[in-house]
Design a protein around this ligand. Structure first.
Ligand code: SF4
Length: 441
């Protein structure tokens, strides 16, 4: 066996791609190692959402390049993921020790690439695929990271072209994977003991829009998955606000395995900023969607993403984001200070860029607001009994802790000496913290 080390940066889509790549490599007799020093093949699966992530990727491969130069001549280095898709051949100029560059559209060519680099070639595979039928039907072995939650990618790419976002350029247009392939992956994951399936995509609610031979959408997929035998949970991320249909909300209420959790990026609380971002909804429309979900789904948790300091954002417009977090009772949210990305429309609006110190200050204020809201929301559950799926077991300050999630995505810490990983337990919530609650069985 040869050994491969993969450093995965960025979002769950990348983690899912890494699992697929490990699966393909296992057919070529590679086993995963967590130690780069022991690897024959070193790969980085990059994220291009912020400049900082891109810089970190080059710094990591720089270290591997040094290892190669200083004696480990036989190691091979692969540069994969979103930065690879975007920069392609340019990567060889900046990092000449890299043996192959593999974009997000071409991960299925990995086995072929490995053969070619082992014959001494340098390979760059980043051509954008517009023919989508191939992707939909792809079935491959996946080496899942051991755990409780199996992530299953159901769509790739995005058609929305938000003015700040690089994803449509790095991941291409939206393609839905065939339901029969997804169902097989889900059944395999359940057979291997996974207790939670998370359907993954940049825009899961538009799943199936591109099918020409059938009328099959996310609600249909959820119904089919819910029918699989055994006790397990189903989640889906990420939702685009205006793509969430009444049917989808009703399905989430009706199906016992689908959890009370929606992740709906709002990005800004100000309608003019949303317009500049090319988000296709207003603050009021977002409010209506959230109200509808809260009305129908008891105890639902709604989380979101926000950008602080988008080009041209005024102080008043930023304050509308702060009020949105309160008004819509948004729980845990990811916040990013705006970072211009090459090729995107907003990156050209340099005259409207917000000074770094102002962006940073808004970033801090928004995070503080979100922390306050998380604590407020967590306090609502003190005294309640909730079902928790235990995900990990570890020692903290001399005590053993089981940590897991409720159906509505609250993290629960349960002091208990017995490892309950993978089990569903009923827990009485006793105390609320900012990012989690404590409870007893
Ligand atoms: S919806 Fe917008 S932010 Fe999300 S991936 Fe697509 S372009 Fe990017």
């Amino acid at each position: 066996m040869k050994r491969v080390y993969i450093d995965t940066m960025g979002c769950q889509m990348n983690k899912s791609d890494t699992e697929r790549m490990l699966g393909m490599l296992s057919h070529l007799d590679y086993e995963e190692t967590k130690d780069p020093e022991k690897a024959d093949l070193l790969m980085i699966n990059t994220c291009s959402i912020r400049q900082l992530s891109e810089d970190k990727a080059f710094s990591a491969v720089g270290t591997w390049g040094k290892m190669k130069k200083e004696g480990k001549k036989n190691i091979k280095i692969g540069f994969c993921g979103c930065v690879a898709q975007q920069k392609a051949e340019e990567i060889f100029k900046r990092a000449p020790y890299v043996d192959f560059v593999l974009g997000t559209h071409k991960i299925y060519s990995l086995p072929e690439i490995i053969k070619r680099i082992n014959n001494g070639e340098k390979v760059c595979e980043c051509t954008e695929t517009h023919s989508t039928e191939d992707d939909k039907a792809k079935d491959f072995k996946i080496n899942r990271v051991k755990g409780v939650n199996a992530w299953i990618s159901i769509t790739e790419g995005c058609n929305n072209f938000c003015t700040y976002c690089i994803v449509p350029y790095t991941r291409g247009r939206e393609r839905s994977r065939l339901p029969e392939i997804i169902m097989k992956e889900a059944q395999d994951a359940l057979n291997s003991g996974y207790k939670e399936i998370t359907l993954l995509g940049q825009n899961v609610d538009s799943y199936g829009k591109d099918f020409k031979d059938r009328n099959y959408r996310l609600a249909d997929l959820l119904r089919e998955l819910n029918g699989l035998e055994g006790k397990f949970r189903i989640r889906f991320v990420t939702s685009y606000p205006t793509d969430i249909t009444d049917e989808l909300i009703d399905t989430a209420v009706e199906l016992d395995k689908v959890c009370e959790y929606f992740h709906i990026p709002m990005q800004s609380g100000s309608t003019p900023v949303l317009k500049a971002m090319n988000r296709r909804y207003t603050r009021d429309e977002y409010a209506k969607i959230v109200a509808k979900i809260r009305d129908k789904v008891p105890d639902v948790t709604i989380t979101s993403d926000f950008i602080a300091g988008f080009p041209g954002e005024t102080e008043e417009q930023f304050e509308e984001t702060l009020t949105a977090v309160d008004e819509f009772e948004l729980d845990y949210c990811n916040v990013a200070a705006y970072s211009p990305r090459e090729k995107t429309v907003a990156a050209k609006w340099t005259d409207k860029f917000i000074p770094e110190d102002v962006k940073d200050e808004r970033f801090q204020r928004l995070n503080k607001k979100i922390q306050e809201n998380c604590l407020k929301s967590n306090k609502k559950y003190v005294g309640r009994e909730m079902e928790v799926l235990v995900e990990s077991f570890y020692e903290h300050k001399g005590k053993m802790i089981n940590s897991g999630k409720t159906r509505n995505f609250k993290t629960v810490h349960i002091p208990c000496d017995k490892d309950l990983t993978g089990q569903f337990v009923n827990v009485k919530i006793t105390e609320a913290k900012t990012w989690y609650v404590k409870g007893t069985i």
